[in-house]
Design a protein around this ligand. Structure first.
Ligand SMILES: [Zn+2]
Length: 177
């Protein structure tokens, strides 16, 4: 009897935990929330003052993780640009593999990537693996620079959005999963 209960309780607990996660998946509570862009730490916030580009403030969030870490689309959308990206500064500040995704109503950009895994015209889904994290361009170490931007996307990599006011706060990182 003692042996049987020792086996029974861990099994029951495992089954309960599994049922809990299956239920969570079925409810799909996370569907309308942004997917986390990378399993890393958001270490430099939107809006902080910077002196390396014309807006004068940090136009996105910096997420720190290991080189090659998987970068995910935060929402469903269409890839509208893959290539160099910068704000009328010198060189390819965001590296040669930056990505811009149009979500309808807003866009997101993913910069400093080591590699881009999507092409212009691709339809992507929330949480899709779209890039490998890197340190390309103006960067002191491996990180993702994530931006949320209001349309339109100009298509010009040196001035991709109409004004500095187009850049908005990507959101409360603790609400993302
Ligand atoms: Zn940044």
């Amino acid at each position: 009897m003692v042996r049987r209960s020792r086996l029974l309780w861990p099994l029951l607990l495992t089954a309960l935990i599994a049922a809990f996660f299956i239920l969570l998946q079925q409810l799909d509570l996370s569907r309308d929330r942004p997917h986390i862009p990378v399993y890393g730490v958001m270490g430099f916030a939107f809006g902080e003052p910077v002196d390396y580009q014309t807006c004068g403030f940090h136009t996105g969030q910096d997420w720190f993780a290991a080189p090659g870490a998987r970068i995910f689309a935060v929402a469903d959308g269409t890839v509208v640009y893959v290539g160099p990206l910068w704000l009328d500064g010198p060189g390819e500040g965001r590296g040669p593999h930056a990505i811009v995704i149009d979500h309808g109503g807003f866009l997101t950009t993913y910069s400093h990537n080591r590699a881009a895994l999507v092409a212009v015209g691709d339809q992507v889904t929330r949480g899709q693996h779209i890039a490998e994290l890197g340190s390309e361009g103006f960067s002191r170490g491996p990180h993702l620079h994530l931006e949320k931007v209001l349309p339109p996307f100009t298509g010009d990599w040196r001035q991709p959005f109409e004004s500095c006011r187009a850049y908005v706060n990507p959101g409360d990182v603790w609400g993302w999963f």
